[in-house]
Design a protein around this ligand. Sequence first.
Ligand code: NAD
Ligand code: WQD
Length: 338
Amino acid sequence: MKKVLITGGAGYIGSHIALALLDRDREVVVVDNLVNGSLQALARVETITGKKLFFYHGDIRSAADLDNIFRRHHIGEVIHMAGLKSVSESISRPDDYYQNNVVGTLNLLDSMRRARVRRLIFSSSATVYGPQPCCPVDESCPTGATTNPYGTTKLIAEHYLRELAAAEPQLAITALRYFNPIGAHESGLIGEDPCGIPTNLLPYIFQVAIGKLEHLCVYGTDYPTPDGTGVRDYIHIMDLAAGHLKALDNLQPGFRVYNLGTGKGYSVMEIINAVEKISGRQIKWQPRKRRKGDAAECYADPSLAQRELSWQAERCLEKMIADAWRWHSAYPQGYVKE
Ligand code: NAD
Ligand code: WQD
């Protein structure tokens, strides 16, 4: 059987997908430039699965790096996860985001064309929808009202892939729009390891729980939601990984797009309460004004993926937090920096 290439496979989501693929007896090749990934994550994936993967320290902006991999391995499918993902950083460094997320994607597709590899899963994001007037958000909701360069780069990459698939009918491309991935593999050996001070809710709360940060700032306590705080659709990382396996199984010529979410929203206060209950630690928090560009609520209608991919998220919020807590409490410093 041909191998699966994961770009960005040493990162948070990619390492969990590598694990799920190895567990399924697929051969995995990872390319990552390690700007935000860890070799230790991949070593632990090998320990957990008892299987080896192939790793290349390379950059998706380099045709030579990619061509080399396609020459050395018989790749059947690519899962394209490599990219930059910080909303705040994208506002101060938009050029880096366009280079990595847009130019990098074009470069990858060029290299795939030379290698005659025609099957691709693309990591997109619910951020392409921008703020929506109502929830749940389904795939027919309008896109384009992105509120930051990160979101715009994801949307541009989606447009490019859709138009390329229309022009080259042998291409089979699926874009997966993730809602809010959290949690960790249940071994507690791999998980999310953000650089510096996290901007996303869960990694921030866990740093408060382990005593690295003093308190959480809750951005907005006056939203029109039941307790006034923002509501999001948090999805367990292993459910997200399972969604990728189903998307691979169901890849067909053309371009498709699916939401990967649970369909259920939780507020910031509900998350704080759940982390306190599961960790036994108090989470100090302070109210702050709303964060610019944030929606009051955002949760998915995941029924298209259920119908067409036979996938649905199975793990509850308690499991997401318990698995993440196992990782953060065992490895408060994350991976050892290489
Ligand atoms: P991550 O930063 O942990 O992983 C991305 C990986 O890509 C890192 O290991 C990084 O070193 C690598 N990388 C970055 N630029 C590269 C380049 N030019 N060449 C090679 N490797 C490069 O992020 P993640 O949370 O695992 O996200 C993976 C993908 O999913 C990203 O494309 C992200 O935009 C998308 N996504 C993430 C979320 C989320 O909340 N985590 C939500 C929606 C979509
Ligand atoms: C969740 C809720 C905040 C931090 C972002 C990206 C999106 C996607 C996922 C990649 C909101 C509140 C947060 C804090 C808080 N990433 N919050 N205090 O904004 O839904 O989505 O990550 O594609 O593109 O925009 O996630 O975790 O930042 O916020 O009160 O310190 O927690 O206001 O209501 P978000 P988040």
